[in-house]
Structure formats: structure tokens, C-alpha cells
Write a protein that binds this ligand. Structure first.
Ligand code: GLA
Ligand code: ZN
Length: 673
């Protein structure tokens, strides 16, 4: 998209106000006052756009778009597929979703449709094409937003047939499938593809490879549905970019599989602010932004966020003054080119009537929320030169959706909790404390751009990651891997001959056994003479991998149990690179010390080793400038010197004191120095 300003706006469900033209008119004035330059229209608008089958009412939308355009407000136009009109469900019951227990849903809710149903596909294609014909070249319309927060699965007969076809394409013969899934166990082998059914609580749930392939199929089928909608848009003549809005830590779909379909990523961010310390929530949110940005490795859009409290979290806490600005600028810091809200105007009725909005039921501009929204709009204008800039990261975390699916589904060493995301977040937190940008990769990505790659609990090795890692380390990369890595192949068959699969020589060790700990248990990693940090012992919980080393040197060893004295953390040299293998689920301090050491060794940080608690530093850059965001998500003001005197201040002033929730944006020229 060719943007010169940050996109600032959000979902405007204007169809609820068509009988109140004064309100619509007034809203546009309010938008302008708040510096809003975009609205997203059409999400869930199907019944207003097509009140009867084949009868299209687009005039209201056209008038609105014209009016917005006349006032300098652009439009992201959504296709209406995420909720369907009653007539459609009544006329064609096949469009309603079938659950895993094989019961068909009644009409209602949203995301309640079959992605495979030929009728659903035909109907959505018709309306999408018409929307594209009518609005695809309108100067106000910049982007297509396909459907909304795609999610869920359908187990109807169309979906079963499509799944069987998908399997046949993948495995060619049923013998191949039986072997890949190890179906002979419990006599579950199939004689032909038509016998295979999707996982069900009434039937097969324990064949992990079936579950895994079903999840892959659901992703592919959903992506196919998006491709179908995109095709209709193109047939209607529009060449505008398309996106889908993704969700927080959503594992129902492998979002990476959408990367060739969309022009940019967008996502909806609803952190539960003020429940725990804001700095924790901020870290969690930062990770999600980085995950989203890393999918296409370019700026994304923050498609939705809430101006104040949502109405669906267990407690609808108001955002404290300043939180909206901090959260909005955090998105920008991590690579967003927009700040958008759900919603511009609050509904009067139905399920989201108490959800926070830019314009609430009172309907005036003299509200705290409106004032804060206006301030954010004004700040975005002040830093608009940042639009389109990149994020450069020298460190990355491998966080693979398919491996996570398999690991979390397997009956394994710790069915009461693997603490996978906790482990990922400990690494992420340690890197962020060093002020580093972090990319979040999956196994299909290249590793070559990074100085250090972290691979926490990489249970499944797929798509040749063994070879990629070997080459990466051989050529000088640093790999940090943990217990429970390289255990299974792509269809969840355990690797024979020792793990981590095909990396034992690279890591200089073999994992022999994995001990799981009860919640109340812990052990310690005790420093050997080779270990560098001041702290000499680290508590570990949940998992203790018992390894035998070959070439690796021991840096920490277990303190107790029958494996006292066994290695708990080791380092190995391979080719020009190094590997570290973490045997146990260590406390945060361990990761902090490790990352500080690695970052120093690789000289990755130009200005600061270790940031004050609560402070986040993030950078974006163009060919000519680097932008440094310094944000305080702590509850205390923090004294901090300008990290580097070659930076000047773009937003927020700098007096060495950063108040809670405050953000400073600094800029430095990169050329001509
Ligand atoms: C999601 C949806 C929106 C709205 C918000 C409420 O993000 O996409 O339509 O329901 O949640 O927070
Ligand atoms: Zn279906």
C-alpha cells in the first residue's frame, strides 16, 4: 500500500445507523476531529447488502463511501463471509457448520459456516464479485479485508470428502498413510481413503497423526476459502491488496500458510491490561506483534484494538489514562503501519453494545476516551515519516505451529502442562531485555540472516530443518536448542537412532531420557568452572533431560536426584559456529544471563546491555534513518539517559525521566555520518 500517513481508524458498523443519517454525518465530523483517516466497512454486513437472495442493496454503502471520501477518509472494505443472513441458512442448511460430534449447528453466531459447501462458496463468490465490480476501483477504497478472524472447522460430509481427497493427494496410497500414521497400533489401519473420518470425541481422537493432518487440512481448506474469495474479488476487476485479520496466539490455523495469499498481515490485539503488571502484558503483546510481522517480514496493520475496555474479557477493565497511547505506539514500534479500533461507534444492542468504542452511547467528543483517541491520532501524525520502515532483527526464535500442534497433542512426558509458551517467552524476555528486535520464525523460514537462533522445544523436525541448522551452525551461526527437540518426524513418528534427530554431532550430545517433574518439584543447575555468570546456580522445573555428551562441554550440571552431576547445560563448537543445549526448564535468570553473554559475545547491541525493568526498546529503520522507540510499561518513572547521543527526539521530549506508559521516539540519520 502506498501510504504517507499511518492508517488510523477502525471498524465502522454503519449499517446499524442507516435510519439515523444525522448520526452518520456527525460521526464523520468526529472522525476528522480525532485525526481518523480510515474506516473498515462491510464486516458482517451481508444481510444489509443482500437482504434477499440475489437482491443487492449497495446504495447505502456507496453513499457512505462517497461521503467518507469527500472528507478525506479512506476505506478498507471487508467481504461479508464471516456471518450469514438467515435466508441463506434457511434456504441451504448445508451452509451451517457440523461439529466434531457430527451435530449440525442452528442459525446464529458468526463463523458458523462450512468452508467447503458449494452453495456457500457460490453465494459468497457472487456477492464478493459484485462488491469488487462496484467498489474495487473507488478511489476511497484501499484494501480488501477477507472475511473476519477466520476460525473453526466443519465436519460435514463435504468436508469429510475434501479431507479424504487431501489425504489421497498427500499419501497417494492407503498403505503409505497407514505407515506414516502407524495405524496398525490398536488395529486402526484403513483399507481405503473413503474410510478415513475427521477426529471426533465419539470416535478417533488418539491417533495423533490423524489429528495433525486434520489440523493441516483445516488450515489448507480455510486458505482455499480465502483464495476462493480473492478470486471473486479479482474477477470483479479489483487489483487492490488483500489481507485477513489474525488473532492473538491462535493455534486453530497455521497462519504461515496464508502468506502467499495475502499482501500484508493484519491482526486484532486485545490484551488484558492491568490484570497483572503492565510490563508483563506488554511483553506478551510485543511477542505477538513480532510473530505477526515475521510472517511476511514487512510492516503489518493493527486491524483492531480497543479504545478502552472490551466487553468479553472476564472483567471489563478500563484502560488507564495513557495506556491507549502506550499500546498503540507499541504496535507501531514493532512494525505496524496502522492503529485501528473495534469499534468507531458503539452498537445500541446485541452482543457488543458495551464494547469500548471511539464514540460511545453518550455520543459526544467530550469524553476521556475520545480525548485519548485524538491524542494518539495527533502523535501518529508527528511520526508519520516512520510509515513503511522495516524492522531488522539479528536474533530469532523458532516457534513452529505444526510442531506445537503435535507436541501439545501427544501423550507424553508431561500431560499436565509442557509450559511451551512460558519457555518461548523466557527466551523472548531475555532478548528484549537486551534491547533487541526479535523475529519469530517457523521451520520453513531461512536462518541465514540471524546471528543467534533459539529453538525452544522443537519437538517435530520437518521440512529439512536438520540440514538447515547444520549449515547455519557450520557457517558461523549460534544455535540455542532445548530438551524435547527433534523427537518426531512430520507425521509424528518417533525418530529412531537417537535425538535430537540428525543433530547429535552438531550439538555434541545425545538425549538419553527425559525426566518430568511434578509441579512441586525442582532441581538446580550448578555452574562448572567453564560457566561465566556471577550467579552459580539456577532452579529448574518441569523437565530434566538426561544427556550424554560427546564433544559438548558442560557449563551447568544437575545438583540432585539420581542424575546429580549429569550435564544440565552444554556448549559445543561445530564448524565455525556454536551450539548451546539447555537440558532443563530453567528460571528466567538463566535465560537473562545466557542472552546477555551471547549478545555481548556477538556484539549485537550498540548502546545498552540490559535495560531498566519495564523499559522496552524497539527499532524500525529505513535506508536512511533508524527510529528508536523507548517505552515505559512499568508503574514507576524511570531515569534513563539518552541511549546514544547521535539520536534526536521525534516524539515525547527527553528529560532523562520516562513516566509510566510514556513513549519516546528518537531518530538517527544512518547515512552521511
Ligand atoms: C474481534 C472481532 C470484532 C469484535 C471484536 C471485539 O476482534 O473481529 O468483530 O467482535 O473482536 O473485541
Ligand atoms: Zn463442511
Amino acid at each position: 500500500m502506498d501510504q504517507t500517513e499511518f492508517i488510523y481508524g477502525g471498524d465502522y458498523n454503519a449499517e446499524q445507523w442507516l435510519d439515523s443519517p444525522d448520526i452518520l454525518k456527525q460521526d464523520i465530523e468526529y472522525m476528522k476531529a480525532a485525526h481518523i483517516n480510515e474506516v473498515t466497512l462491510g464486516v458482517f454486513s451481508w444481510s444489509t447488502l443482500e437482504p434477499q437472495e440475489g437482491v443487492y442493496h449497495f446504495a447505502w454503502l456507496e453513499n457512505l463511501i462517497n461521503e467518507l471520501y469527500a472528507n478525506g477518509i479512506s476505506v478498507i472494505l471487508s467481504t461479508p463471509s464471516a456471518a450469514r443472513p438467515k435466508w441463506l441458512a434457511d434456504q441451504y442448511p448445508e451452509v451451517l457448520r457440523v461439529n466434531a460430534d457430527r451435530s449440525r449447528n442452528l442459525f446464529g453466531g458468526r463463523h458458523n459456516h462450512c468452508y467447503t459447501s458449494p452453495v456457500y462458496r457460490r453465494k459468497i463468490s457472487q456477492i464478493d464479485r459484485k462488491l469488487s465490480e462496484r467498489f474495487g476501483k473507488h478511489p476511497a477504497v484501499t484494501t480488501w479485508h477477507i472475511s473476519n478472524e477466520l476460525s473453526g472447522e466443519c465436519h460435514c460430509s463435504y468436508c469429510q470428502a475434501a479431507f479424504q481427497e487431501w489425504l489421497e493427494k498427500k499419501y497417494q496410497t492407503i498403505e503409505n498413510l497407514n505407515k506414516a500414521w502407524n495405524t496398525i497400533f490398536w488395529s486402526h489401519d484403513y483399507q481405503n481413503f473413503a474410510q478415513v473420518e475427521s477426529p471426533s470425541p465419539k470416535g478417533e481422537m488418539m491417533l495423533h497423526a490423524l489429528n495433525l493432518d486434520w489440523k493441516r487440512f483445516v488450515t489448507d481448506q480455510t486458505a482455499d476459502f480465502v483464495a476462493w474469495e480473492k478470486k471473486a474479488i479479482r474477477e470483479g476487476g479489483s487489483t487492490l491488496p488483500v489481507t485477513i485479520n489474525m488473532m492473538y496466539d491462535f493455534t486453530g490455523l497455521n497462519y504461515r500458510k496464508f502468506k502467499d495469499l495475502i499482501d500484508f498481515v493484519s491482526w486484532d490485539n486485545y490484551p488484558v491490561w492491568h490484570k497483572e503488571e503492565e510490563k508483563k502484558t506488554a511483553l506478551d503483546t510485543a511477542f505477538q506483534h513480532d510473530f505477526m510481522r515475521s510472517i511476511l517480514k514487512k510492516p503489518f496493520l493493527l486491524m483492531e484494538s480497543c479504545p478502552t475496555a472490551t466487553n468479553w474479557q472476564s472483567v471489563s477493565k478500563l484502560k488507564r489514562p495513557g495506556m491507549l497511547r502506550a499500546a498503540s505506539l507499541q504496535a507501531i514500534a514493532h512494525g505496524s503501519d496502522s492503529v485501528q479500533y473495534f469499534q468507531i461507534r458503539q452498537s445500541r444492542g446485541a452482543s457488543e453494545k458495551f464494547h469500548g468504542a471511539v464514540i460511545d452511547h453518550y455520543g459526544g467528543m467530550d469524553t476521556r476516551v475520545f480525548r485519548e483517541v485524538t491524542e494518539v491520532g495527533s502523535d501518529l501524525l508527528k511520526i508519520k515519516e516512520i510509515v513503511g520502515s522495516d524492522t531488522k532483527a539479528k536474533v530469532a526464535i523458532l516457534h513452529d505451529c505444526e510442531s506445537r500442534w503435535a507436541m501439545e497433542d501427544a501423550q507424553g512426558p508431561r500431560n499436565k502442562g509442557l509450559h511451551y509458551m512460558d519457555t518461548v517467552m523466557k527466551m523472548y524476555a531475555a532478548l528484549r531485555k537486551q534491547g533487541l528486535n526479535v523475529d519469530i520464525l517457523d521451520m520453513e523460514d531461512e536462518l541465514t540472516d540471524y546471528e543467534i537462533v533459539f529453538a525452544p522445544m522443537l519437538y517435530m523436525f520437518r521440512c529439512g530443518i536438520e540440514e538447515k541448522i547444520r549449515e547455519y551452525v557450520k557457517n558461523g551461526g549460534t544455535l540455542v536448542m532445548t530438551y524435547w527437540s527433534g523427537i518426531v518426524n512430520e507425521t509424528d513418528l518417533c525418530h529412531l537412532g537417537g535425538t535430537p534427530h540428525q543433530l547429535m554431532d552438531v550439538l555434541g550430545l545425545r538425549s538419553m531420557e527425559l525426566d518430568a517433574l511434578y509441579d512441586q518439584e525442582s532441581n538446580y543447575g550448578i555452574a562448572t568452572d567453564e560457566y561465566w555468570a556471577e550467579k552459580k546456580q539456577y532452579e529448574c522445573r518441569n523437565f530434566c533431560d538426561l544427556i550424554c555428551t560427546d564433544t559438548a562441554e558442560t557449563l551447568l550440571m544437575y545438583e540432585k536426584d539420581f542424575y546429580a552431576g549429569y550435564p544440565a547445560f552444554v556448549r559445543n563448537q561445530y564448524g565455525n559456529g556454536k551450539t548451546y543445549y539447555i537440558c532443563a526448564d530453567f528460571e528466567q535468570d538463566f535465560y537473562d544471563d545466557l542472552c546477555r553473554e551471547l549478545v555481548k559475545e556477538k556484539q549485537l547491541n550498540e548502546f545498552v546491555y540490559g535495560l531498566p525493568d519495564g523499559i522496552e526498546v524497539t527499532t524500525r529503520e529505513t535506508d536512511t534513518h533508524r527510529y528508536l522507540f523507548v517505552q515505559n510499561f512499568g508503574r514507576e518513572a524511570i531515569r534513563m539517559e539518552l541511549p546514544d547521543t547521535t539520536y534526536s527526539v521525534l516524539l515525547g521530549g527527553w528529560n532523562d525521566l520516562i513516566e509510566p506508559y510514556d513513549t519516546k521516539v528518537l531518530v538517527k540519520k544512518l547515512i552521511g555520518e
